[in-house]
Structure formats: C-alpha cells, structure tokens
Ligand binder design. Structure first.
Ligand code: ZN
Length: 275
C-alpha cells in the first residue's frame, strides 16, 4: 500500500522482529495527509504518530547543551531495581522514588543481552546509558567533565551475575529546573514533590528550554532535575518502577558518540532564554 503513495525504502522501513513499518516524513510532505487518509480508508488501527525535531550537525555543533534522547530506540534493555541494581532511597521522594541514588553496578537482564549485540551504546528501560568499553575509554580520555562510570553485570536466574564488557555512563551534576517555556513535556501522574512524573507526548516535539543563568555552571554531561516516565513505587525498591532524569551533553560528547558510529539516539539542542 505504501508503494503507490511514493513511500519507498528511503522513507519506509520494515522491522521484521517487531513486525512494524516505520514511515518517516517531513511534516510538510504532501504524502503525510495522503498516508493518513489511506490508513483511515482501509480501516487500519493500531498505528502511532510521532512528531520530533531533526537537527543538522552544524546546529548540534553550535548548541549549548543537547538532550540525548533514547526513546527512539524503543524499550531499551531490561535493567534496574527489579533486576537487582541497588539504590539509596534516603533522599528520594517517598511517594515516587524521584532522587533515588544508585549504589551498585548496573544489573541488566541476562535473557535480554541480544539487545546489546552489534551496538556500541544502548539505554536501559529506565534511560540509563550503557556504552561499550572502548567508547567508555574514549569518553574518559576526552577529559569530559561531570562524568563517572559504573560496571555492568548480567543477571541470570540460576547462574548469578556476570560482568559485561560495558560501562554505565553516569552524570555527577544535576541541572536546575527547566524553564516553564519548555514544550512537549507534560506532567503525567503528578507527584506532590513536583519532580516526577513528566512525560513527552508523542505528538509534540520535545523542546527543553533553560534560563541563561541556570546553565552558567554545567558539565559536559548533566542530568535534568525533572524525572520522567512511569512510576510504581510502594517502598520496596526491588519491586518498583522508578522514574529517571534525562541526559544533557555538550557538543563535545555528542561528537564522541557520532564518531563511534552510534545510532538510534535523537540529539535535541536545548533553547536558552534570558528569563
Ligand atoms: Zn515524588
């Protein structure tokens, strides 16, 4: 059905494993309304529409900070609290878990390791960033600030934990709150702490805005004060679904990922306003 619309393999990609086809078009492309009406005409349900910004290398090069958005990679590898990663909750919100401080290596599900195959960087289902050892070395050697690493272990139900040739990329610096001028970010199930649970609706491009004064003191790798995503926290970390902050990096860090041939992440420059 896509052929007659002029949507060839340059814009339509079939994913055999997920049994889905992704069509990527500019929002002004005349094929967009034709595709939407064809879907309606044929009574096809269960499709999704995303809108997001795309940037050129020059625009990314000129950015103050860049959101490293992993959500385009879909779910990521299963990891975190329910797989055995440990957290200190003493300063986290008692209701949603925002502010949880990881205290152990990152533990990922041993049954999901195929997700890492052939990749140099990947994210977990909680937006933790994992990089292979060589990329971790390149990041460490670059002198990038605000960076630390943790080990990554695979957990197998009966055989215990095995260390993987991967590192978790961690940020030591948390940014101040985003400006209310940010768009494409909505409270999802607001918690009284005000720090979670934000979501980025699919039909609105995510645009983070910061006040100039708030980004005077940043590092090459930072995380947002706001925590995103689903929350299921009733006090027991090992059964919880915790929210997570977004990573914001400088063009220097983006360049290291680009030069390593990493794909799958969306890179979204922040906008800066005076107030
Ligand atoms: Zn909370």
């Amino acid at each position: 059905m896509l052929g007659p619309l002029g949507c060839g393999p340059d814009v339509a990609v079939f994913d055999e494993v997920a049994d889905t086809t992704t069509v990527t078009l500019d929002e002004t492309d005349e094929r967009v309304p034709r595709l939407l009406s064809l879907l309606e005409e044929l009574g096809i349900v269960g499709w999704f529409e995303w809108r997001y910004d795309r940037f050129t290398d020059d625009e990314l090069e000129a950015a103050r900070l860049i959101v490293m958005d992993a959500t385009v990679l879909l779910d990521g590898i299963f990891a975190g609290p329910r797989v055995g990663t440990k957290y200190d909750m003493s300063e986290a919100c008692k209701l949603c878990g925002a502010g949880a401080r990881q205290t152990s290596a990152m533990v990922v599900d041993g049954e999901s390791l195929h997700i890492l195959e052939g990749k140099r960087a990947m994210h977990t289902c909680y937006n933790d960033i994992l990089v292979d050892e060589k990329l971790a070395g390149a990041l460490a050697d670059s002198g990038a600030t605000g960076i630390s690493f943790r080990g990554v272990f695979a957990a197998f139900e009966k055989r215990g934990h095995f260390q993987l040739p991967w590192r978790q990329l961690c940020a030591t610096h948390t940014l101040p709150r985003i400006s209310p001028r940010s768009t494409g970010i909505e409270p999802y199930k607001s918690c009284s702490c005000g720090r979670s649970s934000f979501t980025t609706p699919a039909k609105l491009p995510t645009r983070l805005v910061y006040r100039t004064a708030d980004i005077a003191d940043t590092r090459d790798i930072n995380v947002t004060w706001e925590w995103f995503g689903e929350v299921k926290f009733k006090g027991d970390v090992s059964e919880s679904v915790l929210p997570y902050p977004l990573f914001l990096v400088t063009p220097k860090v983006w360049r290291i990922f680009r030069d390593a041939g990493v794909t799958g992440f969306d890179w979204l420059p922040i906008r800066v306003v005076d107030e």
